[in-house]
Design a binder for this molecule. Structure first.
Ligand SMILES: [Zn+2]
Length: 181
């Protein structure tokens, strides 16, 4: 399950990201986040969120119904990628990621943009964790929040869905790279 599909590697290459090291997270549905540097091993053990201020490293989080959440500094100096499903959202990985990224990169919450990616949502799922993520972000002081409201279970042509496919499914790879200047 950790193996990257060849098409994901070729997509990274198509986007001009093929030469950057990819660091993924072990993803244990927890709330721990880690700072990724040039010397970080992949997958980063014990965490569900990856943060970086280093250019030229691609962060990767696998999802299939849980939300990928991007945190990006408006000035381009830092970014993070979080795996926030029902459990991770309850445990507060989003506020944890915001706090840690701000303290690491000397930023304020209002310096960040938060993006919620495709994930399973009501009525396909009984818990509106995307709504909870939005509330957590607002409480943390973020005002720039983007969410296209896409439900993975409603779009079998575009997204894998763990629940729709009863567990026999692939994973999507969300990525974030701070490009070298
Ligand atoms: Zn749906």
């Amino acid at each position: 399950m950790r193996a990257l599909a060849p098409h994901q590697i070729s997509l990274l290459k198509q986007q001009g990201l093929g030469s950057y090291p990819l660091v993924t997270a072990e993803q244990i549905h927890g709330h721990a986040v880690a700072l990724v540097t040039e010397s970080s091993a992949s997958p980063f053990e014990g965490v569900d969120g990856l943060l970086t201020t280093t250019r030229g490293i691609t962060l990767g989080i696998s999802v299939a119904d849980c939300a990928p959440v991007w945190l990006v500094a408006k000035n381009g100096s830092a970014g993070g990628l979080l795996h926030s499903g029902k459990k991770g959202t309850e445990l507060g990985i989003v506020p944890e990621g915001i706090r840690t990224l701000c303290s690491t990169a000397h930023l304020l919450p209002q310096d960040l943009i938060l993006i919620i990616g495709p994930c399973i949502r009501p009525p396909c799922y009984e818990v509106d964790f995307a709504g909870d993520i939005r509330r957590q972000a607002i409480e943390a002081g973020i005002s720039s929040i983007h969410d296209d409201g896409i439900c993975t279970a409603c779009h079998p042509e575009s997204y894998y869905s763990y629940r729709r496919e009863l567990g026999l499914t692939g994973r999507m790879l969300a990525t974030l790279t701070l490009l070298p200047q």
